[in-house]
Design a protein around this ligand. Structure first.
Ligand code: PXG
Length: 465
């Protein structure tokens, strides 16, 4: 067999990809007809594809490459660890140095009483851990019926059976027998799409109080936990109104419900603090982490757990764990990533330089005829496309039609920006410079202009009635 390399013609790579590779969240036949874009290398915030195009990665891979691409130190850390101890498990009363060091570092970085880490290979696995952990916690406290986990429609918590059930994606629930029992969903705090005539503050309170109503309906003695992303990422960078989180926190405290903050996207500097919980003033009992923990250089995730929860679980045998829980190479790479984030003061760069610069330019896109709202916190941002700015109207065309066109126009202009329905979202590497932000914004505006022209030409600028 011939070796497959970066130097093969794109069409050949695409044909092999089509023949043997099944892509996530993709209609394979459609993709295989047109051929996948082949990414060959990356450096800083830039991606290179097999045709030699250089694209700004406005999505930091998939919300994860926080320190940017091409950091030799992480390659070195991986190679060093692979030579010394490429694998050992953390079952059967054993441990190893990288996992000890990473556990201590995370306990130091995480807020307050969050001092214990259960490692996993991904965010999905970590949220599966959380399902079993909160139920086992209450059972150990003599309350085995406290097993319902409340989550939100349009949340994303992963794609395994457990984490996909926690998530609120209707398309996922329609396939493969989800959600599992004892998961309950309330509505999301998306004021732009669902707020109607309420002010954002009224709406935020109303949506938070759905949690209280659900707890009362289901019974306080039945509800184990509430899980939420501080800011929904995959749902479209939905920034909740300021009134939302304080009310959620009050309800969790009052009814003795564990609060799980899913920090898979918000963690490790994305919102301008180490964790989104700090930016939004939340006091979680458990935080889910992954993605930015290693800047995506290695697959690793985990649950960072409070002293109280760990205290209860440590008194029993928790029959749970993964072959790669605390994988030494992934842990060594994560540690090196955290060292770089800390020593290079990358979160200060976000707070003082990159986020204010991006915010100014992003909000300026709000004057574009297609843009109904702009939202941004730290280095995660969204804009809602609309055919009619003043009424926040949706398009008459199927949801996602305009968003998809815009995403394609972004690609054509060498910018990776993702669409979620008709919202455009970005989440660039945290190390992005002001000049690179300016280029990103210029390309985004050009893509919006071209999207507007294409929608007009195709008669798709109609509002839904
Ligand atoms: N929680 C949150 C908040 C996430 O965003 C997960 C858990 C699951 O993590 P893993 O590592 O199992 O994928 C995620 C993942 C998208 C997209 O299209 C977002 C994610 C994954 C794939 C695609 O925006 N987020």
């Amino acid at each position: 067999m011939t070796a497959i390399t970066n130097h093969m013609p794109t069409a050949e790579l695409q044909a092999l990809d089509a023949a043997h590779h099944m892509h996530p969240f993709t209609t394979g036949d459609d993709l295989n007809r047109k051929g996948a874009r082949v990414i060959t290398r990356a450096s800083g915030v830039m991606l290179t594809d097999s045709e030699g195009n250089e694209l700004i990665d406005g999505m930091a891979g998939l919300w994860c490459v926080n320190i940017g691409y091409g950091r030799e130190e992480l390659a070195e850390a991986a190679a060093r660890q692979m030579r010394e101890l490429p694998y050992y498990n953390t079952f059967f009363q054993t441990t190893h140095v990288p996992v000890i060091a990473l556990g201590r570092k995370l306990a130091e970085l995480a807020p307050d009483n969050l001092n214990h880490v259960f490692f996993a290979g991904s965010g999905s696995e970590a949220n599966d851990t959380n399902i079993r952990m909160v139920r086992t916690y209450w059972a150990a406290k003599g309350k085995p019926d406290k097993s319902i986990i409340i989550s939100r429609h349009n949340a994303y918590h992963g794609s395994s059976v457990g984490s996909g059930s926690l998530g609120g994606m209707a398309g996922m629930h329609a396939q493969g027998g989800m959600p599992i029992p004892d998961v309950h969903h309330i509505n999301q705090p998306d004021w732009y799409a669902e707020g109607g005539a309420m002010t954002p503050e009224e709406f935020g309170l109303a949506r938070a109080r759905e949690l209280e109503t659900a707890i009362k309906d289901l019974g306080e003695d039945r509800v184990a936990a509430f899980i939420a992303e501080p800011i929904q990422g995959a749902g479209g960078v939905i920034v909740p109104p300021d009134s939302y989180w304080p009310e959620i926190q009050r309800i969790c405290d009052e009814y003795e419900i564990l609060l799980i903050a899913d920090e898979v996207i918000c963690g490790f500097g994305r919102t301008g603090n180490w964790f989104g919980s700090q930016t939004l003033g939340i006091r979680p009992d458990i935080m889910t982490v992954a993605k930015g923990l290693s800047s995506g250089y290695q697959p690793i995730g985990g649950s960072i757990v409070s002293d109280e929860v760990a205290g209860v679980l440590n008194a029993i045998e928790f029959n749970h764990g993964y072959t790669y829980s605390g994988h030494p190479v992934a842990a060594a790479v994560a540690l090196e990533n955290l060292r770089i984030l800390e020593e290079e003061r990358i979160i200060d760069h976000v707070r003082d330089v990159a986020a204010p610069h991006l915010k100014q330019g992003w909000e300026a896109l709000g004057d574009h005829p297609l843009v109904g709202e702009t939202r941004i916190v730290g280095m995660m941002a969204s804009l809602a496309l609309t055919p009619h700015k003043d009424s926040r109207a949706k398009f008459a065309a199927e949801t996602g039609t305009a968003g998809y066109i815009c995403r394609e126009r972004c690609f054509a202009n060498n910018l990776v920006m993702r669409h979620v329905g008709d919202r455009m979202v970005i989440s660039p590497p945290l190390v992005i410079t002001p000049d690179e932000i300016d280029t990103l914004l210029q390309r985004a505006r050009k893509a919006l202009d071209e999207t507007h022209a294409e929608l007009k030409e195709k008669g798709l600028l109609q509002a839904a009635s």
